[in-house]
Design a protein around this ligand. Structure first.
Ligand code: SF4
Length: 502
């Protein structure tokens, strides 16, 4: 086994999971990589390709394994100005450098690691990036390469595209030489331990500490390491990850099912409601609370939802790295409480050409959303944020967009504030959990498009010249159904609550 920087960083994050990934890969085959994660990987490659323009005259090592090492040696001997994917294999470790740059003045090489994040704290943390660079420093040192300086390169969040991408402004380059040198002894110790642990053929006993963490921290192999924990467990209690002592006490008593939690154990109100509702398998409804939320709404009710795509490298003028492109929206308009929901007006927009959708979206908001009423969303900070960015790009529409933002209401608040708790929500306020519990005849289950990340990537794929027109047509259809269901679902949930209050 040869340990790469990815394996090493995974090991630092969790030794047990890394051992399982390497030695029992069949466990991970059971889980599909999500569209969102896939997109992150693709964006990472795209960022690296752009960043290579910072190093003119660079050459790429395209080989793998030992042949890559030989190609690297050839390029180094020829003093290539920059080598991309320079490869070194020493002592059971492999480092593939993003860019190894020749410093003729100091007669040494400089090492650059390229990150597709807007800052060094994102997508991991700064330690993570430094460990990455330090791991490579150790491998190059073992290979006898003299490295002068170490750098991290990342996207500049303040860069706004205008015309052709200006690579010098798109990226920020931060020198990390002193930090890498200081961290080298510790990282080398960790590399030694990682090698011993990961190459041991015997499966490590224990080592899955996530039994003491909330569900959001669990990796895909949690179930394998903790077969006694049910799919819905104490780890799913709202914010339990921040109540470490309680979680610890339950685990120590081997209590995993919410139904087995001792009656006298204290929890926050939100947690307690979730537990009681599960124990009784019954909804808990605070009628006054629901009423208090809904009575402030004014007709017409505009059920509104955006789909966006946020590329690392801005594709249109006026956008920053990772800024959201609002390529689609759905709007259902209910003009009075007595209107038949099946017949309410539905406006939808899907941008189907390779250009900035913003002017079309803003014009349609202006046309279809009046000066009075309530614009109902699910997690309104998302729609409000997209609108604010829209107004910055299109100041001529600012007044309209501000007006729309002034009418926003977040239907998720009913559930977040726990005016309505249902055992099937399982502590979540996602519309995908709330909808099937309250309106079982509606579901996202059978859709061609199932999640936000998939919808977002599909839009970009739909516009690609390499996508077959029939595939693009199917994506367009699926996107419209997906986004349309989001707003119809909001209507259906509102209608369920409204009926309940009458
Ligand atoms: S669940 Fe947590 S501790 Fe267990 S293997 Fe996964 S990451 Fe490691």
């Amino acid at each position: 086994m040869i340990i790469s920087k990815t394996i090493f960083l995974d090991y630092l994050f969790c030794p047990k999971n890394t051992w399982l990934k390497l030695n029992k890969p069949e466990l991970l085959d059971q889980f599909e990589i999500s569209a969102f994660e896939q997109n992150l990987m693709e964006q990472g490659n795209e960022v690296e390709a752009y960043a290579r323009n910072l190093f003119p005259g660079g050459v790429e090592v395209v080989e793998t394994g030992e042949r890559a090492v030989e190609a690297t040696t050839r390029f180094m001997t020829a003093k290539a100005p920059a080598i991309f994917q320079a490869t070194f294999i020493v002592d059971g470790f492999i480092a593939r450098n993003d860019a190894l740059v020749w410093d003729a003045e100091n007669n040494c090489w400089d090492l650059y690691e390229i990150k597709g994040t807007n800052s060094l704290k994102e997508g991991g943390n700064d330690h993570n990036h430094i460990d990455d660079l330090t791991f490579q420093a150790s491998v190059l040192k073992r290979a006898g390469i003299t490295v002068g300086r170490y750098f991290l390169v990342h996207l500049n969040k303040d860069y706004v595209r205008m015309g052709t991408i200006n690579v010098e402004s798109l990226f920020l380059v931060e020198e990390q030489t002193a930090t890498v040198i200081m961290g080298l002894p510790l990282v080398e110790e960790q590399m030694k331990t990682a090698k011993e642990y990961l190459t041991n053929k015997k499966e490590p006993v224990g080592g899955c500490e996530c039994i003491y963490n909330g569900r959001s921290k669990h990796c895909t192999t949690f179930k394998y390491s903790n077969p006694e924990v049910p799919d819905y467990s104490i780890h799913d209690i709202s914010r339990i990850g921040t109540s470490k002592k309680k979680l610890e006490a339950l685990v120590e008593s081997r209590i995993y099912d919410l139904a087995d939690i001792p009656e006298d154990m204290e929890f926050s109100d939100v947690q307690m409601n979730q537990i009681i509702s599960y124990r009784k398998q019954k909804s808990m409804i605070d009628i006054d609370g629901v009423n208090g939320e809904l009575e402030g709404l004014q007709f017409p009710l505009y059920f509104f939802d955006y789909e966006t795509y946020a590329p690392a490298i801005p594709v249109f003028d006026g956008y920053r790295p990772y800024q959201r492109i609002p390529f689609q929206f759905s709007l259902h308009i209910l003009r009075s409480p007595d209107e038949d929901g099946e017949k309410m007006e539905h406006i939808e927009y899907l941008h189907e050409e390779l250009s900035d959708p913003s002017p079309h979206v803003a014009a349609l908001l202006e046309k279809h959303i009046g000066t009075t009423g309530s614009v109902i969303t699910w997690n309104k900070s998302f729609e409000a944020g997209v609108n604010k960015e829209l107004a910055l790009r299109l100041p001529e529409h600012k007044a309209t967009i501000d007006r729309v933002n002034g009418l926003l209401y977040d239907l998720m608040d009913v559930f977040k504030k726990q005016h309505y708790v249902h055992p099937e929500f399982k502590g979540s306020t996602s519309i995908k959990k709330v909808l099937p519990a309250l309106v079982p005849e509606l579901s996202y289950k059978d859709l061609g498009m199932k999640e936000v990340g998939q919808a977002s990537n599909s839009w970009w794929a739909m516009l690609s010249p390499s996508t077959h027109p029939d595939v693009s047509a199917q994506i367009s259809k699926d996107l419209k159904i997906y986004c349309g269901l989001d707003t119809y679902a909001m209507y259906a949930i509102w209608a369920h609550l409204y009926k309940m209050l009458r």
